[in-house]
Design a binder for this molecule. Structure first.
Ligand SMILES: O=P(O)(O)OC[C@H]1O[C@](O)(COP(=O)(O)O)[C@@H](O)[C@@H]1O
Length: 405
């Protein structure tokens, strides 16, 4: 595994032309700029003002710079919040990559790419010498990595798809952790998928260490040091939720212009929901505390005197997005989800929306990662539901026999 893939191939598929949609909401009420998170304030010396006058004919591929009526675009929002120029450039590249992934997962034929399919004869290449089609998570990884590399702002990226962190640029100010396409096993049946990412400052104090060592240590930063995090949900709408440490904000892709526009400003998880989200076919492998908690809330006998409903997409971003909006708790109690590029970014977003992320005992953002692909139980959701769940003590599933589906 090389640490310097300067030969990254450009993604193979181009976005298809997208039809206009009518999924726009009425304009949000005018909001005053919020105070900057200290991490942003520290770096705002070179902040940018990205708001621009309306431009005729603005569309996909213009980097998100066009004004969009009374809905600020993502980059306009960053400009108004005083985000550093480097961070805005980086986010612009991430959003461009995610537009391509959105087109990819929605394109005809993607079912063929939903999992690895070796060419005839079991080799990676066909008789004609062409590569076998790559599964979508690999393609998405290539799209994200090539975008991050061309941003020039990333020192190192740690991805679910790479065994080791990928060193990109010695003076890149940021470190990115990412799951480029979560839930890809759902693609074949057109169920929502998502991209997750987290952004840290490069640890300049490690600059003199050998490449592998500084790549690893930069990628293993505690979630409490996140500068920004986000997810992109590819569903009936494509939604980009992001936090720079001053709230969690959601932007919806307007396919008529190619812009992510602010549709969910300052998202707040309701303090209490009435939905639990878990793969409960695993019930008999759960510990007593978790069984008791779920049995109790199902019957409306918990702290909230209402019977809970179950929802489980089995696609982390979709389950989390619903939980942020409706409240409740989304969980995977076994050691399955990854601390560095799944649990940390989503916990950061949950906290910024007034919720909580924990492993059933401990606040996720206070756990020091020791391995890049470290797995753990993950519980995310409304503050009151989370505290009630954790009060049962014994909620982490220790038995993890491996499941076929
Ligand atoms: O099989 P389980 O325990 O229900 O896990 C489902 C979870 O695994 C994921 O599919 C991620 O798993 P992978 O990293 O193996 O793709 C999530 O999207 C989903 O929330």
């Amino acid at each position: 595994m090389t640490l310097s893939p300067h030969t990254l191939r450009p993604p193979l598929l181009l976005p298809l032309p997208l039809p206009p949609t009518s999924n726009r909401r009425p304009p949000p009420p005018a909001s005053r700029p919020r105070p900057l998170h200290p991490a942003l304030a520290r770096r705002s010396r070179s902040s940018v003002l990205l708001a621009r006058p309306p431009r005729a004919g603005a569309g996909a591929g213009d980097g998100g710079m066009a004004s969009h009526g009374s809905h600020p675009t993502l980059l306009e929002h960053m400009g108004r919040a005083g985000a550093p120029a480097d961070l805005a450039v980086l986010v612009a590249h991430i959003q461009a990559a995610c537009k391509r992934i959105a087109a990819l997962v929605a394109s005809p034929g993607n079912a063929d790419l939903s999992r690895a399919k070796p060419a005839a004869g079991g080799t990676a290449a066909s008789a004609a010498g062409r590569d076998a089609p790559k599964p979508l998570d690999e393609l998405s990884n290539e799209i994200i990595l090539s975008s991050l590399q061309s941003s020039g702002k990333v020192a190192v990226v740690a991805s679910e798809e790479n065994d080791l962190p990928v060193w990109m640029c010695d003076d890149g100010p940021y470190v990115v952790v990412t799951d480029p396409l979560d839930g890809s096993r759902n693609i074949e049946v057109s169920i929502p998928t998502g991209t997750i990412f987290g952004i840290y400052d490069r640890l300049v104090e490690l600059d003199q260490l050998p490449l592998e060592e500084k790549a690893q240590l930069n990628s293993l930063q505690s979630g409490s040091r996140l500068v920004a995090a986000g997810y992109i949900l590819y569903s009936s709408a494509t939604i980009f939720c992001i936090s720079f440490g001053e709230g969690t904000h959601g932007f919806t892709l307007d396919r008529s212009t190619g812009e992510f526009v602010l549709t969910h400003p300052s998202m707040q998880i309701p303090p209490r929901g009435q939905i639990y989200s878990v793969n409960d076919a695993r019930y008999f492998d759960w510990p007593e505390g978790l069984k008791k908690y779920i049995d109790t809330i199902r019957q409306g006998k918990g702290q909230h005197p209402k019977k809970y409903s179950a929802r489980y997409v089995c696609s982390l971003v979709a389950d989390f997005h619903r939980t942020i909006i409706y409240g409740g708790v989304a969980m995977n109690p076994r050691d399955h989800l990854r601390l560095v590029y799944e649990a940390n970014p989503l916990s950061f977003l949950a906290e910024q929306a007034g919720g909580r992320g924990s492993d059933g005992k401990t606040r996720i953002l206070s756990i020091q990662p020791v391995k890049l692909h470290q797995r753990l139980p993950l519980f995310l959701g409304s503050m009151e539901d989370m505290l009630e769940l954790e009060s049962y003590g014994d909620v982490q599933q220790k038995v993890n026999p491996g499941y076929d589906v």
